[in-house]
Design a protein around this ligand. Structure first.
Ligand SMILES: [Zn+2]
Length: 518
């Protein structure tokens, strides 16, 4: 164990402000931050969804599919995420020789009206192979009444825009849009209106367009909407539209993420997806620091149990890749192997990207406290689940690594590596259910009831095996908001991010939880 001074130095402030006043200021600041975050989450659950569709002759089946899917999409979302409200609008475009060239139906929350509007549309015209894509996108951005917190533009088309930059086809406007619109000007407007872009791909003719768009606004999701069987096409539309909405709401409501920064270039981090040649790397020696897993609810709720003096340490030797293999909004992850005696174990080491904050050590401690608490709760859950023949839920254990390199202290979160598995996000810390799994929603409910309303475990993500779930990086809303980091939104967070969106399912019933309906 290192000396206490080493562990506490990160907290020393050196300020002369009276302690109680300082404490009050910290609490006020935290409460304001929680209020603002919850307000943002609330607004993000109101969605403007606009279809921008190429309406020339070849797109008839896609117009029909857009019309047919909307009721099923909204029903599905009402069922999985009753807190999300959607307005839907439409912008159809053709080519410069066509009349009408652009057709707009402004946002409405009447899905019947939306379907009636679309029934009046005719797929016709087109002229030369490229179409007025930029005109259509521009009109959808500037002529619809966008005002909800989450703004989704779902573009579907089978032809590229005009201009040699986008196509090598027979083009009446090889120099681009005759009105002077450019991809840059249109997409900048989209970005400044905080509209998120999704594309449904029908043919290979739009490949250059995708590349140009990505060079301007960064990566965006692309869905396969190749036609053929109309029923299959409607199903593809349902999946793509639902995914666009849920992805967007998760993004705009993610705690700690500003909507305006969604399209801003990230801090440049060089990613290397390959496992390094371990023989070429030298090993480092530091220590792992961990909390014990609590034995009871009282210990879980006792702040003293997670005092940093209670950390226990172990010597730890390891090798770590020089570049991360992936990077999220908060952390980046590195391949690593243990270099202790015995066969090397493959691991992942994660580091916070904003590394300079004076509170950084506290952030790492919060992460391992969350790990100890969720491990306790999953154990309790699994005891009951086993009796009721419900699949178990396990969390990867996260430990803190502390190592001195070039006389600077470095911290990492250490986890076992999950290799060759599909990683899924099931719900978010703002309460949005992105992939509905009754067991996981029931687990969240269980954590609420087992702790007698003290906390809820959310942000469930990880791997779904045939016989278990293995999760990582959860978040916790807890009535004591001094714990579990900035994603903990206190009792209001429990209310708005869990209770308001949870409807009990068959697993909640099996577990004997008090039934809740929304
Ligand atoms: Zn329930």
């Amino acid at each position: 164990m290192h000396s206490k001074d080493n562990l506490t130095m990160e907290f020393s402030s050196g300020s002369t402000v009276p302690k109680f006043k300082k404490k009050r200021e910290v609490i006020d600041k935290r409460e304001r931050a929680i209020f603002n975050t919850l307000d943002k989450i609330d607004r993000s659950k109101e969605v403007d969804l606009c279809y921008v569709l190429d309406c020339t002759g070849s797109m008839k089946s896609h117009i029909a599919a857009a019309k047919q899917c909307i009721l099923q999409v909204t029903e599905h979302i009402k069922h999985t995420n009753p807190c999300i409200k959607i307005r839907v609008g439409f912008c159809g475009y053709r080519d410069h020789c066509d009349n009408p060239r652009i057709q707009i139906f402004d946002f409405t929350n009447s899905y019947e009206k939306f379907c009636q509007n679309l029934a009046t549309l005719k797929a016709s015209g087109g002229g030369d192979p490229p179409e007025d894509v930029l005109g259509g996108l521009n009109a959808s951005i500037t002529q619809l009444s966008w005002n909800n917190g989450t703004r989704v533009l779902f573009h579907v088309g089978d032809s590229p825009p005009h201009g040699r930059r986008f196509n090598n086809l027979d083009d009446n406007y090889p120099n681009g849009d005759p009105y002077g619109l450019t991809a840059e000007s249109v997409l900048e407007k989209m970005r400044s209106e905080r509209i998120l872009y999704f594309f449904g791909k029908v043919t290979e003719f739009t490949n250059e367009m995708i590349q140009v768009f990505r060079s301007i606004i960064g990566d965006f999701p692309i869905f396969d909407l190749v036609g053929g069987d109309p029923i299959q096409l409607i199903n593809k539309f349902i999946k793509a539209t639902t995914s666009s909405i849920l992805t967007s709401v998760s993004l705009t409501s993610t705690i700690g993420c500003r909507t305006s920064s969604l399209y801003s270039p990230r801090q440049k981090i060089i990613i290397d997806p390959n496992v390094p040649d371990w023989n070429s790397l030298s090993s480092q020696t530091g220590e792992t620091l961990s909390y014990h897993i609590p034995n009871s609810l009282d210990e879980l709720k006792d702040q003293k149990f997670f005092n940093k003096e209670k950390l226990y340490s172990r010597k730890f030797s390891f090798k770590i890749a020089s570049q991360p293999f992936s990077s999220g909004s908060e952390k980046c992850a590195y391949f690593a192997i243990s270099a202790n005696i015995g066969p090397p174990e493959t691991m992942v080491m994660k580091k916070y990207i904003q590394n300079t904050s004076p509170d950084i050590f506290k952030k790492y401690l919060e992460a391992i406290e969350v790990s100890a608490v969720t491990n306790y709760l999953s154990k309790r859950f699994n005891l009951i689940a086993k009796r009721k023949k419900i699949l178990p839920i396990n969390f990867l254990r996260a430990n803190l690594v502390r190592v001195i390199i070039d006389s600077r202290i470095h911290y990492y979160i250490l986890e076992k590596e999950l290799r060759d598995v599909e990683f899924k996000r099931f719900n978010t810390n703002s309460g949005i259910i992105t992939l509905s799994r009754p067991i996981l929603e029931a687990f969240a409910h269980f954590t609420y009831e087992h702790t007698k309303g003290y906390l809820v475990v959310c942000d469930l993500q990880g791997v779904e095996f045939d016989d278990k779930f293995l999760l990582t990086d959860p978040a916790i809303h807890c009535i004591d908001y001094s714990r579990f980091g900035h994603t903990n939104l206190g009792s209001k967070g429990i209310e708005m991010c869990f209770l308001a969106n949870h409807t009990c399912n068959e697993v909640c019933k099996k577990l004997g939880l008090e039934l809740r309906l929304n």
